[in-house]
Write a new protein. Sequence first.
Lengths: 279, 169
Amino acid sequence: MRIGRSQRFDQARPFVVLGAALAAWLMAPVALRSLVRASFFEMTAPVAAVSSYASDVERFWSLRLHSKDELIEAGRDMARLNASYSLEVQQNGELQAQVERLEALLHMPPSERYRFEHARVARRDFSGWWQRMVIRKGSDYGIAPGDPVVYTGGVVGRVAEVHAYTSVVELVTDPGLRIAAVVDGDTRPVSYQGADNPVFGPPHGIIEFVPLDVYASASAPKRLATSGLGGVYPPGLTIGRIVHVESSADGLFKTGEVEIDPRISELTEVTVLVPTDPG
Amino acid sequence: MRGAAVLFLTLYLLLAIVGEANSALSGAHVWLFAGGLFVAYPALAAPVRGGLAVSVLGGLLCDAVSPVPFGTHAALFATAHVVVYNTRERLQRDETAVRVAVALVLNLVLYLAIGFVRIRAMPSGAIVWPRLLSDLLLSQGAVLLCAPWFFALQERSLELARAIRARPA
């Protein structure tokens, strides 16, 4: 039986509609697409935030179950830590003043100052393609795209998107993130890039343009830190440990493997470094 | 219209559940993809206009929380929807097993399609393929387990909203 022309058109109609819709979308102004994207993100944001607040409440009630003896012990440990940190804050203040005096003497441009904005992690999204997390602070706290994000172990990543009361952080393990770095004890910059994140294993990154006289291995790893070049991250923040280097194909430099602290996959709180003078 | 709104709400719920699961599994570096579930039921059971709108809106929800060019998921979901819609009369589409099979095939195809979109940003394909493959296998397992429940939820939601006629007990 032959298929009639109208029946054939009926079969093709969904494809025609799809093609027309795709063409309309491709020709839509960027502002319209950005508005739609922001609207849809804000639509999904409350779920992550509510779930994160629920986790906080759950943690609060589980902590309430601790005995008074445990609380007294924790309070004592905290007092000791506070005492040692107070001393370090004083020393830090002295060193900061010394740096400022030297900068003035040498007529150096002042180093960037940051405000610390602590934020809870609302959601983590660690696929093989991207590594991101959503934090519970956004433009309401003055956070801007590109701000560096850190934790006690070093660099977490940088702010990729800022929304009304949440921000998306691109992690240092994300294959799309590149950082200018230095090997501990060396001033020559190398290029760091996030790489693979194997299942049940520690995340890794790769380094390129490593000078030929730099050596590191799993038994004698070297710390990789931010160089301060590029203007995003302050210098000296830990990125990871170089556990392997080998000559690159052209023989001019070395390439290597960097092991990232596995704690980065389970962070519940991070600190955003908000420049106090963004200009 | 009411049916499309109800289906969209179920996709919103699915996105929230998948997001929570991925957040909980992040410590083990496991990531689940459930794109097939966003498209399967609207393409197999919903009318063409409402179903396509639901698939596109579901895709836009996924786009909003992913670092891909905005509209990528929506375009892929819409294409998948139209292809499945055109073949649905040849399938036993009321059977749960058939719906699950369609969801699995769609999930595989959409995962690979998004992989090809994203592969340019990767430092080296060879390094990341084992991880992508393990994510795909685990995602297929998760879809296989959750699909019957999710299709039942969508159908029951439509019945409760009186968008479709309730089945006789």
